[in-house]
Design a protein around this ligand. Structure first.
Ligand code: NAD
Ligand code: ZN
Ligand code: ZN
Length: 362
């Protein structure tokens, strides 16, 4: 089968022929309907070096996957070939106290997982191939009726990550509150939709690209501000947001970029007692002192999301409350998708469809 593989740090991935995987006991092979192209893949191609992570190339990209059960290893029950499933991407050891709660994102025994990795597409082979070996059936979540697996693919990270980030701030988002989303790309446009679907907060979106701001408004943002454009510098955008909140500031600020500039904006706009949540891995730093961010702002990073949260995101989409803006690319055009993302020409999420046209059968 064909697979898009990262073969070395600081390089573009290559499309090569690899053997089809065989499921061992407890494992499942999924025919991939969709594998989302995440900006984190660009960070993998550009930013990391030998030794900067506990795992590394070679591996097949694609950590945002859904498809149909294809082959089932011995001992797996409850799954049938052809069943549509989403893959919960962080693959932990399964035994530590965090994994036992279903929060493999915080696995404390990565050395006890099959091999050190962040999951499929992150050290282990991911979904940018016709078939994906899922090392344990517990990483699969059956799709609710009415949800197609290409849409579900994007929801496993571009949906799940902002869902987790918004969900942990729900207590700070009562009616009358304001949330700010910085960076309205694959994750950010779904953050806007998730805020609208699960809270009564007023949503302000910030991006540098007019097309991203159009998508923010289509996704339900009440106001979209262009930083570094007609709405002004970061400081001027911060002033607009303060003005929009009667001087108080935003209850929750979600930064989906994570550069020095966006973190400076994020620190300038919270309301006292607010949340400042960093999701983007742009490598920027936050200046932190007693006076900035405002008193008792909680500052946190968030990482991906849990299996129960994935089930909730899929349910929201099945109810029609999330509508990811997707562009589909065949496997041989995956690099086109990444180049468009890198140049800021992509709107919403790109999903690679390795099994396009082959229908839902096993
Ligand atoms: P994307 O490229 O689809 O979207 C990024 C958006 O940010 C674009 O719309 C871009 O125009 C906008 N942007 C860039 N610079 C900006 C600036 N200075 N001010 C305002 N907007 C700006 O990326 P994505 O796939 O949505 O990922 C977003 C970030 O989240 C990436 O850094 C990615 O690696 C990271 N990520 C983190 C997690 C996690 O668990 N924490 C999970 C997935 C992705
Ligand atoms: Zn990702
Ligand atoms: Zn674990």
């Amino acid at each position: 089968m064909r697979a898009l593989r990262l073969t070395a740090w600081k390089s573009d991935p290559v499309l090569v022929e690899v053997p089809e995987p065989d499921p061992e006991p407890g494992q499942v092979v999924v025919r991939v309907a969709g594998a989302g192209a995440c900006h984190s893949d660009l960070h993998l191609m550009r930013d990391f070096d030998e030794g900067s992570l506990p795992w590394g190339p070679p591996f097949t990209l694609g950590h945002e996957n859904a498809g149909w059960v294809h082959r089932i290893g011995r001992g797996v029950t409850g799954l049938e070939p052809g069943m549509p499933v989403a893959v919960h991407g962080p693959w932990g050891c399964g035994f530590c106290s965090r994994c036992r709660l279903g929060i493999d994102t915080y696995c404390e025994r990565p050395d006890a997982a099959p091999v050190p990795s962040g999951g499929g597409g992150l050290g282990l082979d991911g979904g940018m191939a016709e078939f994906l070996l899922v090392p344990d059936a517990r990483f699969l979540v059956p799709l609710p009726p009415g949800l197609d697996p290409v849409t579900a693919a994007a929801l496993t990270d571009a949906g799940l990550t902002p869902y987790h980030a918004v969900r942990r701030s729900w207590p700070k988002l009562p009616p009358g509150s304001t949330a700010v989303v910085i960076g309205v790309g694959g994750l950010g446009h779904l953050a806007v939709q998730i805020l609208r679907a699960t809270t009564a907060a007023r949503v302000i979106a910030v991006d540098t690209r007019p097309k991203a701001l159009d998508l923010a408004l289509e996704s339900g943002a009440h106001l979209a501000l262009r930083s570094g454009g007609p709405d002004g510098t970061t400081a001027e955008v911060a002033a607009r947001i303060r003005e929009q909140t009667s001087g108080r500031g935003a209850d929750v600020v979600l930064d989906f970029v994570g550069s020095d500039g966006t973190l400076a904006l994020a620190a300038a706009i919270p309301r006292m007692l607010g949340d400042l949540t960093l999701v983007g891995i742009g490598g920027g730093r936050l200046d932190f002192s007693f006076f900035s961010p405002p008193y008792e702002t909680s500052v946190q990073s968030t990482y991906w999301g849990s299996r129960p949260e994935l089930a909730e995101v899929l349910e929201l989409a099945a109810q029609g409350l999330l509508k990811p803006a997707l562009t589909r690319f065949p496997l041989e055009e995956a690099m086109t998708a990444y180049r468009l993302m890198e140049r800021g020409e992509l709107v919403g999420r790109a999903v690679i469809t390795p099994s396009a046209g082959e229908g839902g059968g096993a």
